[in-house]
Design a protein around this ligand. Structure first.
Ligand code: SF4
Ligand code: ZN
Length: 359
C-alpha cells in the first residue's frame, strides 16, 4: 500500500456524495505522519477513516463538510462501528500484517464525536473494542461538546486499555477578533477551557490553524499563524496542522464580508500562494516544532498543495521540497527549497511572494 496514491484529491474530498449509505464501506487514507509521543516525536503510521453520519449542528464559516453527511437525520445505531470494522478490514487486506502497524486511527465523521445524534453513545463500546489494539485513536469534536462525561468515559476506557484518546479541534486562529467572525459557535475562552479540561484528563490534542484568513492583512498572515501555533503550544497541544485556506465559495463570501465590514481583508485572502504557505510553515516550525527543539509537532497540511498558486519555473520543485520536509525528522536549511531568480523574494529589491502566479 502506498498511502499517497490512495489519498483522495481535493475534488474527491469536496465532491457531493448523493444519499450516502451509513452501512456501506467508507473511504480511508493511510499515511505516515510525525506524532508527539511520550518519549518524543517520531514518525508513525496512521489511517484516516471518513465516516458517514449526521451532519454537524454548527456552521463554521469555512466548513464544507456537511455535504458528506446524512443531513440532519440521526446516525443509525450500529452504523459507525460497522464502518470502522469494514475500513480496518480493508486496511488489513491491503497488506503488511496486523493492521499494517498502525499507530493512529483518525475517525473523521465531519461532525462531533460526542454528540448523540452524530455518534450514538451506545456505539462507543463497540468502537472501543474494534480499536483496542490501536495505540492512539483520534476523534474530532467541537470544544463545547468535547467537555462532557461521555468524552471523559471514552478517554478513561482508552487509557484503561493501554491506549490514548486524541481530540482534533479547529482552532483556526488565536486572534480573538478574527476567531469571533468565524461562526464557530464559541469563543476563544471556550477553546481554552476545553484544552485545559482535556489536558487534565490526559487527552492528546491536535489543532488546526488556517493560513490566509480574511480579516488578517496580507503582511500579517505569517505572524498570525505563528502566534496561533504558540497559543496552542502554551495550552498543551501535541500538534498543530497548518492548512492553507482554499478559494472556496465560503472564502469568497467571507472576503466580501470582510471588505464590507471595514475595508480590510480584501488583499491577502485568496488564493493563498505557495510562498505564503511556505513562509507560514517555516516560521511556525522554527518557533515551535520539535525538530527545532520546540514543544509540539507542526504539520503542513499538503492535501491541497498542488492547488496553491506558485511560480511556473520553480513551483513544482518547491512543492516536492515541501513534501520531503514534512517527512524529515530534523530541521532544514533555507537553500534546500529556494525559489528561482525570477521570483526570488525575501531579499531587498526583489519581487515579493505575492507576485507568484498560478502555474
Ligand atoms: S464544528 Fe467542525 S464540522 Fe462542525 S461546522 Fe465547524 S468545522 Fe465544520
Ligand atoms: Zn520561481
Amino acid at each position: 500500500m502506498e498511502p499517497a496514491e490512495q489519498r483522495p484529491t481535493a475534488d474527491q474530498v469536496a465532491a457531493p456524495r448523493p444519499a450516502p449509505d451509513p452501512f456501506a464501506p467508507v473511504r480511508w487514507v493511510a499515511e505516515r505522519e510525525r506524532a508527539m509521543l511520550p518519549g518524543g516525536a517520531r514518525e508513525v503510521r496512521s489511517a484516516t477513516l471518513f465516516l458517514v453520519g449526521s451532519e454537524c449542528p454548527f456552521s463554521c464559516t469555512f466548513c464544507d463538510l456537511g455535504r458528506h453527511t446524512l443531513g440532519r437525520a440521526a446516525t443509525p445505531a450500529g452504523a459507525i462501528p460497522r464502518q470502522i470494522v469494514g475500513a480496518l478490514a480493508a486496511i488489513e487486506a491491503s497488506g503488511g500484517g496486523p493492521m499494517n502497524g498502525l499507530h493512529t486511527v483518525k475517525l473523521y465523521n465531519a461532525s462531533n464525536w460526542f454528540e448523540e445524534r452524530a455518534v450514538p453513545g451506545r456505539d462507543d463500546a463497540a468502537v472501543l473494542g474494534a480499536l483496542a489494539e490501536i495505540p492512539r485513536v483520534t476523534v474530532e469534536c467541537h470544544p463545547r461538546l468535547a467537555v462532557s462525561g461521555r468524552c471523559e468515559a471514552f478517554a478513561r476506557a482508552r487509557r484503561d486499555g493501554g491506549g490514548e484518546l486524541e481530540i482534533a479541534l479547529g482552532l483556526e486562529t488565536s486572534r480573538p477578533e478574527v476567531f469571533a467572525r468565524l461562526g464557530k459557535g464559541c469563543d476563544l475562552g471556550h477553546m481554552e477551557r476545553a484544552l485545559l479540561w482535556l489536558a487534565e484528563r490526559r487527552v492528546v490534542v491536535r489543532l488546526f490553524v488556517l493560513v490566509g484568513l480574511p480579516w488578517i492583512d496580507a503582511g500579517e498572515q505569517v505572524a498570525a499563524a505563528v502566534e496561533s501555533v504558540g497559543w496552542a503550544a502554551a495550552r498543551g497541544a501535541a500538534s498543530v496542522s497548518l492548512i492553507p485556506l482554499r478559494p472556496t465559495p465560503q472564502l469568497r463570501r467571507a472576503a466580501r464580508a470582510a471588505r464590507a465590514d471595514d475595508g480590510r481583508g480584501g488583499r491577502g485572502v485568496a488564493p493563498v500562494s505557495l510562498a505564503l504557505f511556505e513562509d507560514a510553515v517555516g516560521a511556525a516550525c522554527e518557533a515551535y516544532d520539535e525538530r527545532w527543539g520546540g514543544p509540539l509537532v507542526v504539520r503542513a497540511d499538503l492535501w491541497d498543495l498542488d492547488a496553491l498558486p506558485a511560480c511556473r519555473r520553480c513551483g513544482a520543485r518547491r512543492r516536492a521540497a515541501m513534501r520531503r520536509r514534512e517527512r524529515r525528522s530534523r530541521g532544514w536549511s533555507d537553500e534546500e527549497a529556494a525559489c528561482c531568480d525570477r521570483c526570488r523574494r525575501a531579499l531587498p529589491g526583489e519581487a515579493p511572494a505575492a507576485a507568484e502566479t498560478r502555474s
